[in-house]
Structure formats: C-alpha cells, structure tokens
Design a protein around this ligand. Structure first.
Ligand SMILES: Cc1cc2nc3c(=O)[nH]c(=O)nc-3n(C[C@H](O)[C@H](O)[C@H](O)COP(=O)(O)OP(=O)(O)OC[C@H]3O[C@@H](n4cnc5c(N)ncnc54)[C@H](O)[C@@H]3O)c2cc1C
Length: 406
C-alpha cells in the first residue's frame, strides 16, 4: 500500500472479537501494518471454535479439542497483544472499550463480536428452558446429553428456526443430521420429524432463495418423510412440544430451534453505536456510518432483510462473508493509518456465495457469484461428494487457520 506520509504517528487498533471476523481482521491488520502500529485483540475466550462443526457435536462425532485452537501463540508471533476480557460498554467520545479487565483505548476499532443469541424472544425457548441449541460449544454439549437421553426414549422431533432468525443453514443441516442418526439407530418409525421455519418457503435461507433450492428441498423433505411448516411464528416452546401462533401444537421430545440473533448487549446499550437490534450500520468499506474510526465485520454488521417475507427473516452472515468483510475493513483501517488513498469496497450483497450443507452422509454444494439479488451464476450440486467436501473443508480450515493463514 502506498504511503503519502513520511512520519506516521504510532496508532493503536483494537479488534473486538476473535472468531471468523475478528481473527481474520487481526491477522490482516498485522500484515498491512507491519509492526509499526499496535494491534490489540480483546475477546471473551482465546479459543477459536470452528462453529460449523457443531452440527455434528451432539452425536459424539466431534470433541471441542478437534474443532478449536488457541489463538494466543499465533497472535504472539505476529506481535498482536491478546486480552481475554468481555466488553461491557463503550465510551465513544473518549475512544474506550469498557471491559471486564478495565478500559482499553483505541485509535481505530474493529468490532467483530458476533451475535447475542436471543432466546428471550420466545417464551420457553433455549437451553435450560424447553429447547436445545447448537450455537456454541456449551449449548451443543447440553444437546449431546439430551440426544443420549432421547435415543433411549424416542418420540416426535421438532427442529427449526424461529421468527427473525437468520442462521437457517444450521437448522437445515442439523435437521438432516438428526434424521440420518435416527435412521442409523433404527428409530425413524418412533421419531416423526417436523421442521418449523420463519422462511416463506423451503430453501429461502434468508437470502430470498437460491437456484432450485425450493423444489430440491421439498423433494428431499418428501423423500425423507419430514413434515414442514413455513411462515411459522413460534408462540411458545413447552416441555412437550412447540405451540405455533396458528394455534397448532407440535408434540416434541427433542426440540432444537435456532433463534433470532441480536447485536451483543454492550453495543445495544451504547446509544449511536448500533441500530435497535444492536447491529452496526456500515458503509461498503465496513466503516461505521457515523464514527469514522470504527469499523465492523461479521455478524455484528447490519444487513437489511431481503424481500418482504410474512414472518421476519434475517440475512445469514456466514463464515466466508464474515472473513471478506474483515479483510476489507482491515485494508481500509491500514489505509487510514498509512494515509493511503487506495481503499477497498465490497457491498455485502456482492460477496461470493459459497456454502456446503451437510445432511449426514450426503449434502449440497452451493455456489453463487454473489450473496443477494439476481445472480448470473448459481448452482447447487447435491450428493455424497458434498459430505466429503465439508469434511475436507473442515480439515483444511483447521489446518490453515491454526497456523495463522487466513
Ligand atoms: C451451528 C452453526 C453452524 C454454522 N455453519 C456454518 C457453515 O457451515 N458455513 C458458514 O459459512 N457459516 C456457518 N455458520 C455461521 C458462522 O458460524 C458465522 O458466520 C461466524 O461464526 C460469524 O463469525 P463472527 O466472527 O462474526 O462471530 P462469532 O463467530 O460469533 O464470534 C464472535 C467473537 O466475539 C467474541 N465476543 C462476543 N461477545 C463479546 C464480548 N462482550 N466481549 C468480548 N468478546 C466478545 C467471541 O468470544 C468471539 O470471539 C454456522 C453457525 C452455527 C451457529
């Protein structure tokens, strides 16, 4: 990157969060800033967890160790300081992140804190209440124990994504993995499955649909004898089933629902930082619309919903786009610091769409030239190779990221 200033004052960049977006952003910043400036990562945990593999965790197919690594040695080698702390708020006027380890000053801030998983949005929803989750390792561990109990005493199953949810892919993958495991256990007869979703049609995925995903999903649901309810609003999750706003009650002995995501409390409680849901409004350079020294990437970013679904559906900000957003933001922060006029812009809608959905021993490879809007190129390849591709990608990801390659 070209530098126009001969003497540049040393700056401090704070990256908040250390997962797909934060980890990528921190390493990219280290690359661009070449130890001439300070980079500090603040995150609740030093573990990078490969969240996509949590769809397999409840069946004993993964351990936490197999899908996580410690970011600290990698940061140390790149001259990045790591602070293990929770952000509790922000003092925007004085450029401070308020944390459980005290205030941390920044000249530039990259917010990559992911979601608050909003179980309070539906009565009875969530771990410790009446439904299970796979959104983090602790939730997946509880789901693993529930699964062990369930296979000894099976019954109806409800899997789904509630009103306002965005992470539909995870719900579909878990649904098909549950079905695959039930088949292996010889329990399909005893465990009828229903999928409940806020989407207006199967295969909408919060992005308005994708190629022939709708007819293909319907075909698979019919073939596997899985019932479905689209446009669903969940009124209450009860110990023995799910009550929909339509009045229908779906009995269930094993319920896993992906809820809506919000921005984290520290953002939601800071006036002017996020919108009402706690997501950060950014430009196509991933810069805050009002605070030029603040950038954001990943799930923390606000992306307006697509189309006008009857029931609110969010747009999924998956792993690959989270990394692209972080790389774009890191480049532009470095440009700000180095006084370069070269900048990068990447509207969320234009990021390539890459996804592999696993169904246990099969799956679908989903490729599109961009995330949202009409595409020139979009295709879905179903088959067993998608399952193997997902396993191979997991191994590649863990190998490369645990060596600091992003
Ligand atoms: C079950 C499941 C399966 C998925 N499968 C896929 C898939 O197959 N492919 C795909 O592309 N995507 C998948 N996703 C989505 C993917 O996991 C997300 O896109 C990705 O995790 C987003 O990254 P992020 O960095 O924005 O947020 P996160 O991964 O949520 O990371 C947030 C970071 O912020 C930190 N943090 C949070 N709050 C605070 C705080 N108060 N103070 C300090 N630090 C904080 C956390 O410790 C963490 O480091 C899946 C998601 C789920 C739940």
């Amino acid at each position: 990157m070209e530098s126009t200033n001969s003497v540049i004052e040393r700056k401090k960049v704070v990256v908040l969060g250390s997962s797909f977006a934060g980890y990528t952003g921190a390493l990219e910043l280290a690359e661009h800033l070449d130890r001439k400036h300070d980079i500090v990562v603040v995150a609740k945990s030093p573990d990078f967890v490969f969240i996509p593999s949590l769809i397999w965790y409840p069946f004993g197919l993964r351990s936490k160790e197999a899908i996580s690594f410690d970011v600290r040695p990698i940061y140390a080698r790149r001259g990045i300081e790591f602070v293990e702390a929770s952000a509790t708020g922000f003092d925007l006027a004085n450029r401070l992140v308020l944390t459980s380890a005290g205030p941390v000053h920044y000249d530039y801030l990259l917010i990559a804190t992911g979601p608050k998983v909003d179980f309070d949005s539906v009565p009875g929803l969530g771990p410790g209440r009446n439904s299970l989750s796979i959104c983090n390792v602790e939730h997946a561990e509880e789901t693993r124990k529930a699964w062990e109990r369930f296979v000894k005493d099976p019954g109806p199953v409800v899997i789904g994504a509630s009103q306002g949810a965005a992470c539909f892919g995870a719900a579909y993958e878990f649904l098909f993995n549950v079905r695959y495991q039930l088949k292996r256990e010889g329990l399909l007869e005893k465990a009828p499955i229903t999928f409940v979703t806020a989407e207006p049609f199967l295969g909408h995925f919060g992005i308005g649909g994708f190629g022939n995903a709708k007819p293909m999903s319907e075909k698979f649901f019919d073939m596997y004898d899985i019932g479905w309810r689209t446009d669903s609003v969940i009124k209450e999750v009860r110990p023995d089933g799910v009550l929909l706003e339509s009045g229908e009650f779906l009995p269930s002995k094993f319920t896993m629902i992906i809820p809506r995501f919000l921005g984290i409390d520290a953002i939601r409680n800071t006036p002017g930082l996020g919108n009402a849901s706690g997501f950060i409004e950014v430009t196509d350079e991933y810069r805050h619309v009002r605070y030029p020294e603040i950038y954001a990437a990943g799930i923390a970013v606000f992306v307006p919903p697509v189309g006008d679904s009857k029931v609110p559906c969010g747009v999924p900000k998956t792993g690959y786009p989270s990394e692209v957003m972080a790389k774009t933001a890191a480049f532009n922060i470095a440009a700000d610091i180095n006084g370069s006029s070269e900048r990068r812009s990447m509207p969320f809608s234009m990021i390539h769409a890459y996804c592999i959905m696993d169904t246990g021993n099969m799956g679908m490879m989903i490729v599109g030239d961009h995330m949202l809007g009409a595409r020139h190129l979009e295709f879905i390849i179903p088959g067993p190779q998608a399952h193997w591709a997902k396993l191979a990608f997991e191994k590649y990801f863990m190998f490369s990221r645990s060596r600091g390659r992003v």
